[in-house]
Design a protein around this ligand. Sequence first.
Ligand SMILES: Cc1ncc(COP(=O)(O)O)c(C=O)c1O
Length: 452
Amino acid sequence: MTQARTKKLLSSDARKAALELAKKSAGRSRLSANGRKEQYKPAAAFSDLPEYQEIRKIRAAADMFGVSNPFFRPHEVRAGATTRINGETLSNFASYDYLGLNGDPRVAEAAREAVDQFGTSASASRVVAGERPVHRKLEKALADHYGVEDAVVLVSGHATNVGTIGHLLGEKDLLIHDAYIHNSVVEGAKLSGARRRSFQHNDLENLQSLLREHRNSYRNVLVVVEGLYSMDGDTIDLASLIEIKDHYGAWLMVDEAHALGVTGETGLGSREKCGIDPSRVDIWMGTLSKTLSASGGYIAGNSALIELLKTQAPGFVYSVGLSPPLAAAACRALELLHDETWRVKKLRDNGQFFLNTCKELGLDTGYSEGYAVTPVLVGDSLKAAKLADNLLRQGINVMPIVYPAVPMQSARLRFFVTAEHEHDQLKNAAELTREELQIIQNTNMFDAVEKS
Ligand SMILES: Cc1ncc(COP(=O)(O)O)c(C=O)c1O
């Protein structure tokens, strides 16, 4: 090849390469194949997104009816049976510290010791360099709690459901869940690409008919339920669920987020309440953020399941290890749950007392069985928000739960009852709720606005 030809080739290659690079790197405008400039639509402003417009509409409606924003209110102290917001001390029913262990000196001391020894962060994924002895200590304690081979802890309860379901299931699989299941399960199904179906709340006939119809069309089927439903406060018939999943060859996952420390004679959760052999549940899931007064999530089950998650699930492998003080706090809280069963008894007594008081006052408590979660159904979302607002002015902090967290027309106030509440506090909250609810139910919100 002559020198002149080589030079010509090089320069034409260089031109092509430059053109390619320009195509790749040009943002809003780039050169098209024929060398003309192409124009692209500008990126949308976030404030123009329909989802954002929806938020503005809801806020405007709330403002019109004089309802202040119930969300993101900063608490100025530890939120226990009482709390302080804006300098006001309030009875608090919005926190799920069920056994009152958040801030317990022994739990706080465990966290402090872990900070002194390891600092506040694991500073890496556990697979790489984030493993600390307290991680395995907590996992072993959780595995023992469920009487299964092993457990794994992750940095968030929500991410535990998303990551576990997202990794275990694939496009050839089916996930069947209770209609009232937590959002994290639905998000996990989306990530996995599996087909998803729901059965009517706690309707095992409906579950069976779905399994009968669909089981054999899929590689694996996972059934997911909650041990204590977080919005409704009712429990499951775990013995029957185990029979059903065995019969149809499905896996069963039980989310114990709200059941741990709450159901069962000594707070061991659904396994104790239903008197079943815990190894017959394929996947136990729970969070560290409620009874265990930390944050994070866990999966407990056989060692193959745990090894699978610890070596392959992206949400574990590519995420930082649980913060050491949180692991230590959860570990200590789990010991206290086992040692101080009086807390579970007091919670049970408070839960039943509150439910019975509400019922006597004629409040609609839906499916609640009087454990730690009791809703008071209102119906209309705006009225539920207004009721919570009025109760706040009367010294009661309780959250309204509105669509999409619950079905449309099922808006409610959700009361979290804990072992720290006293009967007079519970009675007072129920009575004020009845009074304020009556006023709101008899008010036409539109008339009220026009008159004001
Ligand atoms: C049933 C259920 N599962 C999972 C989660 C997620 O847990 P976390 O808030 O600890 O991330 C929650 C949250 O409240 C829940 O209620």
